[in-house]
Write a protein that binds this ligand. Structure first.
Ligand code: 4NP
Length: 181
């Protein structure tokens, strides 16, 4: 509400309100044009955060960061609120990638509506999502973008974080090639 002020002050107040709304609308427009990517695994403490931060790193290096919104989540509640598993974090750091402040969260119906690409790590992730929210053509398996389509085995169980890293990196590179062409 405009206060009882002199016309000049009222004008300044209106200008401020207009600027705030203009910035908000521009932000919303920019967001709607962005390519929105959500990585999904089971726990959201190993593979999907690796995907999130590897892709963030790739788009930054390519100078196309502003065109992307990238996040990750899990299909289970097991690790809710937990940070990235220390071995996944160490692997990322080894490659100069930080995942600071990331905490695990579970996928929601709004995620499926909001994101353009839901990139899963293995077939069971798709099944888990579709069991709750129904089928969606936005769901892809990450390595289906590569010449070696397969599930990415869970390093939480295999303890092989090198292979997980290399496969996720390859998947992210090929996904990027796919969306940018
Ligand atoms: P992620 O690995 O799905 O790659 O995050 C897992 C981490 C934790 C558990 C399962 C998978 N867990 O059951 O706690």
């Amino acid at each position: 509400m405009l206060s009882r002020k002199a016309p000049r002050e009222q004008f300044e107040e209106l200008k401020k309100i207009e600027t705030v709304y203009f910035v908000k609308i521009k932000k919303r427009e920019r967001r709607s044009r962005m390519i929105k990517v959500l990585f999904v695994c089971l726990g959201n403490i190993c593979r999907s955060p690796m995907g999130e931060f590897i892709l963030k790193d790739l788009v930054k290096k390519e100078g196309i960061k502003a065109q992307f919104e990238i996040a990750s989540c899990g299909t289970s509640s097991e690790e809710l609120g937990n940070p990235v598993y220390y071995l996944a974090k160490e692997k990322l750091i080894e490659h100069g990638i930080s995942c600071e402040n990331k905490v695990a969260r579970k996928i929601t119906k709004e995620d499926i509506e909001y994101y353009d690409y839901i990139l899963t790590m293995e077939t069971s992730n798709r099944k888990a999502i579709e069991r709750i929210y129904g089928k969606s053509e936005k769901i892809y398996r990450l390595l289906d973008f590569t010449s070696k389509p397969k599930d990415i085995e869970d390093p939480w169980y295999t303890r092989d974080f090198d292979t997980a890293y290399e496969e996720i990196l390859e998947g992210c590179k090929e996904f990027l090639r796919y969306v940018m062409n």
